[in-house]
Design a protein around this ligand. Structure first.
Ligand code: NDP
Length: 298
């Protein structure tokens, strides 16, 4: 398979960010409106700190306002809910994202439920889950939305294709299945109890892997010519790079899969970069909707 069958998520995300940036300029010029994204981080989880920094930087680069709220790991649930309440009513804030995971003493579902659904740029609020499954205007979770954009770019019309989503989490697997169904795919959701998993995978024209198991999906699980989207991000030991070194791999055995697939996303450089780009897109969409501004989607 040639390099041209590798879906370049990094380049795709850069193009999406540019389109968002241009729309933000238009919004400022025509309506005097600057979209604002508030990101709340509780505690000092190193990976979360990297994500939050990166989100803030890209928000500003796109011309939007970024509001970062870093709270101590011991912050009481009531105080976090109080902050969300303030952000819900702040006119400068059009999107609110609470970085997960939260410390154990805070009830995640309570916090997500407190976010105004129209500002819920992560799309995790039950109102948005319901809107997504019923075909209403939802805020759509960023990672699956990025996957669907790349799939439509690679394949055009997805209608009638057999899609298999490996994983049924609320943040990736389930919303991914809803988006594929909305594109008129015939969708199977597989998980740890699925029987004959390899056979089910081999039937799929589109295979989306979101399991969190390093290189689990092998080349011979893939239908020749299928499009493979690898959501997994797993850090594994890489003794070939030196003692104590690690590297990132997906849920798909990329070396094997790329010889069989029609198109495939690499890890890193596939789905990952699209997630933040879609967050910026969601913030733009949220700002427009809150002000009743009609525009074609980007
Ligand atoms: P979860 O752990 O919440 O869900 C994993 C799913 O995989 C579950 O539904 C589980 O099934 C299923 N599963 C686990 N083991 C197997 C197995 N052996 N066979 C079949 N199914 C299995 O993970 P997430 O959805 O949150 O994340 C999945 C991956 O995507 C992770 O690697 C994560 O790091 C990555 N990710 C990447 C993002 C990005 O921006 N690129 C964003 C979010 C996640 P069951 O329900 O039966 O237990």
């Amino acid at each position: 398979m040639s390099e041209s069958n590798i879906i370049d998520g990094k380049a795709f995300a850069a193009r999406l960010r540019e389109r968002v940036g241009n729309e933000v300029k238009t919004l400022k010029a025509d309506h005097g409106l600057t979209p604002g994204l508030a990101v709340v981080l509780v505690g000092e989880d190193p990976a979360s700190q990297v994500y939050v920094r990166s989100k803030g930087k890209q928000t500003v680069e796109t011309g939007m306002e970024s509001f970062e709220h870093k709270l101590d790991a011991s912050t009481a649930e009531a105080d976090l809910l109080g902050l969300i309440d303030t952000l819900n009513t702040d006119d400068r804030v059009h999107g609110i994202l609470v970085q997960l995971p939260l410390p154990d003493h805070i009830d995640e579902s309570k916090v997500l439920a407190a976010i105004n659904p129209d500002k819920d740029v992560d799309g995790f609020h039950v109102i948005n889950v319901g809107r997504l499954w019923t075909g209403a205007d939802a805020m759509v979770p960023c990672t699956p939305y990025g996957c669907i954009l790349m799939l439509k770019d690679a394949l055009g019309d997805l209608s009638g294709k057999r899609a298999l989503v490996l994983g049924r989490s609320n943040i990736v697997g389930k919303p991914m299945a809803a988006l594929l169904l909305a594109e008129s795919c015939t969708v199977t959701i597989a998980h740890s109890r699925t029987k004959d998993l390899e056979t089910r995978c081999r039937e799929a024209d589109i295979l989306v892997a979101a399991v969190g198991r390093p290189e689990m999906v092998k080349g011979d699980w893939i239908k020749p010519g299928a499009t493979v989207i690898d959501v997994g991000i797993n850090r594994i030991d890489a003794p070939e790079k030196g003692e104590g070194k690690t590297r990132l791999v997906g849920d798909v055995d990329f070396a094997e899969a790329r010889t069989v697939a029609g198109a495939i996303t690499p890890v890193p450089g596939g789905v990952g970069p699209m997630t933040i780009a879609c967050l910026l897109r969601n913030t733009l969409v949220a700002a427009r909707r809150q002000k009743g501004i009609q525009a074609t989607d980007i």
